[in-house]
Design a protein around this ligand. Structure first.
Ligand SMILES: NC(=O)C1=CN([C@@H]2O[C@H](COP(=O)(O)OP(=O)(O)OC[C@H]3O[C@@H](n4cnc5c(N)ncnc54)[C@H](O)[C@@H]3O)[C@@H](O)[C@H]2O)C=CC1
Ligand SMILES: O=C(O)C(=O)COP(=O)(O)O
Length: 527
């Protein structure tokens, strides 16, 4: 039974997926204090939040069973992502479901700011009829500067164009080609700052975007500029905005977000030029339904070990590559597990060489899987989220290599492991079209082993009778041999046997085999 804690209000449709799942127990606790959250998270497998819950390192560390954090929305600045990664917790968000709602909200704020609708409403309900005080400006032919042309920025630009606005956009990832396709003018940040009548920010809050709009930026703006923030509090420096409004430089500001939420008695809220909403960008029935359904499905997939797509702390993989890599995942997993059980000593270095067709692809996801398997013998809490981090923390050097030639195979994955006691250990595997993964090399020996079930790797001297004696002992102990592979360097030299057997080999039997004169070492492997 998976235990999922929900700590922010989520739509019923999203929750239904969880409450109706036979393998899920849902606990909805939406008004927890930080210390109550630390207690509530203890036994949970997953946590579902929006922007209100602060998922700190302490919360993540307290979640001993925690495997997934789902954010029903876009921004994950309320979640300590590095802490989640280091603890092997996948963080997923729902990036698409609230785009339209937030773009529409921004546009609503834009047009109501231009026409003083909130101020006019307040004055009217207070009994005034003051037509002179609320003369506005048209949007027609005005320049809208968009900082951050992602999902929301792009949708907003379409709406602005429909109102005949010129749209300038600054985004470090915006190409000229894409700008043309969307129908906006690609601009520098300086251009947007200096030439816009309205400036709106749609970036995440990062080190680069924190206080991106500061006193210096306000100085460079047009007189009477109007400012919007429906992205994240902190992108605009609030004190600088206050001063710029007081000085008359900024004619209006429309804010859906604040550096600290709720903002309480914020000085900006005392200014008549400021209109504000309580972080309502994503608050429509449609958006909430979308994001809750998306994130609940993603979290269920993570818990059930099924593919998921919107991980924030895993590199994103294009869908076509996911399909290509899928069959190799089993090979990578098997090789990693094989390595972890046959490598002796403390691991210093692991080199993963991808040859043949694999050399053309981004194989980083396979490397994570190999590492997870290879280190699983030493580290119990490892998964493919924290595997690179844990390898680094333990001082294991990880190198990925690509070689176009695959030594007779169409694809080959070779692991070379160096430890403090065993000089070097090599395992290579391939994926045989239609037959699945095979281990084709163990150190210097060529083999053809299906990596599944209980296996015995025996190093021995190539002498008559060695194989027979192993077979006899196993037979006497009622262990059936399903397959056997033998490899040797030269006649009478060192050799290996790889046996697949029908049941787990007890330690006592391994000791008995090792006592045979020809045998050097016996390793039991479970794959
Ligand atoms: N008010 C609300 O309720 C909501 C707020 N948001 C917030 O809106 C923002 C945008 O969301 P989306 O469009 O979905 O995200 P997105 O990831 O699609 O777009 C963000 C864009 O910002 C750009 N960017 C990053 N750093 C930049 C920089 N230094 N300068 C200029 N551009 C930069 C990125 O290249 C990207 O194109 C996020 O902060 C999100 O959390 C999202 C939904 C609802
Ligand atoms: O999706 C986002 O980034 C938002 O800011 C929406 O926040 P919310 O889920 O409404 O608390």
């Amino acid at each position: 039974m998976y235990r999922i804690l929900v700590t922010d209000p989520l739509s019923d449709q999203g929750l239904e997926q969880l409450t109706q799942a036979p393998d899920v127990e849902v606990s909805i606790q939406t008004a927890l204090t930080p210390s109550e959250l630390l207690e509530a998270i203890k036994e949970m497998d997953a946590l579902l939040v929006r922007s209100q819950t602060k998922v700190t390192k302490e919360v993540i560390m307290a979640g001993k069973q925690l495997k997934a954090i789902g954010r029903a929305g876009v921004g994950v600045d309320n979640i300590d992502i590095p802490a989640a990664t280091n603890n092997g917790v996948v963080v997923v968000n729902a990036p698409d479901g609230n785009t339209i709602s937030t773009a529409e909200h921004t546009f609503a704020m834009l047009i109501s700011m231009a026409r003083n609708i909130p101020q006019g409403y307040r004055s009217t309900v207070e009994g005034e009829w003051n037509r002179k005080a609320f003369v506005g400006v048209e949007l027609n032919h005005k320049t809208l500067g968009i900082i951050g042309l992602g999902r929301i920025g792009t949708e907003l630009s379409k709406r602005a164009k429909a109102f005949n606005m010129n749209v300038l956009a600054y985004d470090p990832y915006l190409t000229e080609e894409r700008a043309q396709k969307i129908g906006v003018t690609k601009a520098t940040l300086d251009d947007v700052i200096a030439s816009s009548d309205f400036i709106t920010v749609h970036t995440p809050l990062t080190k680069e975007t924190r206080h991106l709009i500061n006193a210096d930026a306000f100085r460079r703006m047009k007189e009477g500029v109007r400012i919007l923030n429906c992205a994240r509090g902190g992108i605009i420096q609030e004190e600088a905005l206050y001063d710029a409004i007081q000085s008359g430089k900024v004619a209006g500001a429309a804010l859906d977000v604040f550096e600290s939420e709720p903002p309480g008695n914020h000085p900006l809220l005392s200014l008549p030029q400021v209109t504000a909403t309580p972080h309502l960008g994503a608050s429509t029935h449609e958006a909430q339904e979308n994001v809750a359904i998306d994130v609940a499905a993603e979290v269920l997939n993570i818990l059930r070990d099924k593919p998921f797509k919107n991980a924030v702390n895993l590199p994103s993989i294009p869908p076509e590559l996911v399909e290509k890599l899928r069959p190799y995942q089993i090979l990578a997993e098997k090789l990693g597990h094989f390595a972890s059980q046959t490598t002796h000593g403390a691991l210093n270095e692991i080199t993963i060489t991808y040859s043949g067709e694999l050399s053309d692809w981004d194989t980083a996801p396979l490397t994570r899987i190999v590492l997870k398997g290879a280190l699983s013998h030493y580290l119990s809490d490892i998964n493919y989220v924290n595997a690179p981090h844990l390898a680094k923390e333990r001082g294991v050097r990880v190198t990925e290599q690509k070689v176009s030639k695959a030594q007779g195979f169409t694809n080959l994955v070779t692991l070379t492991l160096k430890t403090d006691t065993q000089h070097e250990h090599t395992i290579a595997g391939t994926l045989l079209n239609g037959f699945g993964p095979r281990i084709v090399k163990i150190d210097r020996y060529s083999v053809d082993v299906q990596p599944t079930g209980h296996q015995l790797l025996i190093h021995h001297h190539d002498r008559p009778g060695a194989i027979g004696r192993v077979g006899t002992i196993l037979g006497e102990r009622n262990v059936n041999i399903a397959t056997m592979q033998v490899g040797r360097t030269d006649m009478g030299g060192r050799a290996i046997m790889m046996l697949t057997v029908d049941k787990e080999i007890p330690d006592a039997l391994i000791i008995e085999l090792e006592e045979l004169e020809e045998i050097q070492a016996v390793t039991a492997i479970d794959l």
